[in-house]
Ligand binder design. Structure first.
Ligand SMILES: [Zn+2]
Length: 318
């Protein structure tokens, strides 16, 4: 009889213990909070550690609004970041890049903290042609190639169309079909405004691009080549979505043709891809002749905001 009672008490005790420990295990659900969910100060379990590192309560309030406990544990508990709360106020802030922000800011103290966050997101804290990513969305009209993003080798497109040679001065040039009708509409619309546009370069194979780059190095030296020519795999012409008009010469920007393109190309989905004074973002010198097809919506946004495609991708595409 006594044995039976002890057994029942033992069973009950075991059940109670199991329930207690399972509740205890679930208690720190604060760990499961995702990025950006607000928690009360009491719930911010690393508050004391952050205070110890030298952040004040205002800093911690700012931090807890944007950084979850999980991220704080991962990125913030090892050292104090002097400009953390300033970086946090940028809409593109990403806690995993805090070390990069601090380093890039140290080397570029003339930029605002907002610029630092934006430029790190673009990848500008890396030297051009370093940290290169091979893109896999090269069929997408939004595909990005620049000095950090390249096409895989041996890419082939099955939708290239030959541009009617009355628009190319008799040259045989190709473009991806997705951009073709808009290109022709644009050239015809320009013509109605007495503007003569001739396509002088469009799709290029990787071999062709490679030769162009090497010829440019031989002719003008490496620095000039790097500024005005792309290494093979890094050219928008290889995407089949870029065209050069009329004249590869900076004086092209003094012409009526350029003025027309600058003000109207977005209506047909094309952007001036390498504008003046954005060389440090695009990696290329000013190219008034080079236009990239992105579709009317994106091109219009880029035109209205007066930004580069790199900036567009960070600001409006995430
Ligand atoms: Zn070009």
């Amino acid at each position: 009889m006594v044995k039976k009672h002890i057994f029942i008490v033992f069973i009950i005790l075991t059940i109670v213990l199991i329930i207690y420990f399972s509740m205890f295990k679930q208690k720190p659900t604060v760990e499961n909070l995702s990025e950006g969910i607000e928690v009360t100060k009491e719930d911010y379990i690393y508050k004391d550690k952050l205070l110890e590192l030298g952040y004040n309560m205002n800093d911690i309030t700012t931090i807890q609004k944007k950084v979850s406990n999980i991220s704080a544990k991962k990125f913030l508990l090892y050292k104090k970041y002097d400009n953390l709360t300033k970086f946090i106020s940028s809409p593109y802030f990403d806690i995993s890049k805090i070390e990069k922000y601090e380093n890039y800011y140290k080397n570029n103290p003339n930029y605002s903290t907002d610029q630092i966050v934006l430029y790190v997101e673009i990848g500008l804290d890396n030297e051009f042609y370093t940290n290169i990513n091979e893109i896999d969305n090269y069929l997408d009209v939004k595909a990005l190639v620049n000095k950090y993003n390249k096409l895989p080798d041996n890419v082939e497109f099955d939708d290239l169309v030959t541009i009617d040679n009355k628009y190319t001065n008799g040259k045989t040039l190709q473009l991806r079909s997705i951009a073709y009708d808009n290109l022709i509409d644009m050239i015809e619309a320009a013509k109605r405004d007495n503007i003569d546009l001739t396509v002088i370069s469009a799709y290029r194979t990787s071999e062709y691009q490679n030769n162009l780059f090497n010829n440019s190095v031989n002719k003008n030296g490496m620095n000039h080549a790097l500024l005005y020519s792309a290494k093979s795999g890094h050219s928008e012409h290889q995407l089949g979505l870029a065209v050069d008009f009329n004249s590869i010469n900076n004086s092209f920007d003094q012409t009526e043709e350029f003025k027309w393109l600058k003000n109207n190309s977005y209506k047909y989905g094309f952007i001036l891809r390498y504008p003046k004074e954005k060389e440090f973002i695009t990696g290329y010198g000013y190219e008034p002749w080079h236009y990239r097809y992105l579709g009317i919506d994106i091109a219009t946004k880029i035109f209205k905001e007066n930004i580069t495609y790199e900036e567009y991708l960070v600001k409006f595409s995430k």
